[in-house]
Design a protein around this ligand. Structure first.
Ligand code: HPA
Length: 273
């Protein structure tokens, strides 16, 4: 069986040929962010399902393309959708995007998601930064065979998982609230009791993605910035029942704002690098 790292190298070779060379930054667009691509300028596009090892994203509100755009002097690989653990393919396809990006030469990953929010003082649909995470998916992308060189070793230090340097750069470009993201397996939403527990653990945001991507990204040496789009108050705090449709509707309403934030953050990272 092909190792996930060989498959990522194969995907990177495909993208290097398709998009004519290596890239500097990868941006993964989660729920609510797919339409933000329109604010980033035009670029060469390729269906993600054509790239070795990528699944066609099936999650609500996700796009299905790899797009190569240029921001300043940086080449940015934008993945307009991602694979979630709850889709049932296991952890390797979840980690494939960031592993491919690292093999394509990227040094920075901007990882976005739509999330439930536990903070009633935060505005729905106004992007926030992730300062740290709690991984309650019960999984790691680093189980199985020990990764081969140059990524041998899997006891990854996550002390600075969400780069202080990138957070400072992003915050100077767009002042944003910051909070802790709790990642769960899903695809069901949480119970109010789970949200009360999450609050007592220090979570500000809750979602079904990001944490495994970030662990895999740190393992291959990417510097990570995490951005969340609060799409709803979390279960038990929200006065209305939660629904996937509501999350998509908020994402659509927020597309221009999310896109502007992402563009300004990418411009600032390019200028600083
Ligand atoms: N819970 C989990 N994932 C989510 C939510 C939520 O409330 N909103 C958007 N993604």
């Amino acid at each position: 069986m092909t190792s996930p790292f060989d498959l990522a190298a194969e995907a990177a070779t495909f993208l290097r040929n398709r998009f004519d060379g290596s890239h500097d930054i990868v941006a993964v667009l989660g729920s609510g962010w797919a339409d933000a691509i329109d604010m980033l300028g035009s670029g060469d596009r390729c269906p993600i399902g054509d790239v070795p090892g990528f699944k066609k994203p099936s999650a609500l509100g996700h796009g299905g393309e790899a797009v190569s755009i240029t921001v300043g002097t940086s080449r940015v690989l934008v993945l307009t959708g991602r694979t979630h653990l709850y889709e049932g393919y296991g952890v390797a396809p979840v980690a494939h995007g960031v592993r491919t990006a690292a093999a394509l030469g990227c040094g920075v990953a901007v990882i976005t998601n739509g999330a439930g929010v536990l903070r009633e003082d935060w505005k729905i649909a106004e992007p926030v930064m992730i300062s740290d995470h709690i991984n309650l998916t019960g999984h790691s992308p680093l189980t199985g065979e020990n990764p081969p060189a140059p990524f041998a070793g899997r006891f990854v230090d996550l002390t600075d998982a969400y780069s202080k340097r990138l957070r400072a750069i992003a915050n100077r470009a767009v002042p944003m609230n910051e909070g802790v993201y709790l990642g769960l397996h899903g695809p069901h939403y949480e119970t109010p009791a789970e949200i009360r527990a999450a609050r007592s653990w220090g979570a500000d945001l809750v979602g079904m993605s990001t944490v495994l991507d970030v662990i895999a990204a740190r393992h291959v040496g990417l510097e990570v910035l995490g951005l969340s789009l609060p799409t709803n108050l979390a279960a038990g705090i929200s006065p209305t029942p939660l629904s996937g449709e509501e999350v998509i509707a908020v994402g659509k309403r927020a597309a221009a704002r999310a896109g502007a934030v992402l563009r300004d953050v990418l411009v600032a990272i390019d200028a600083a690098n």
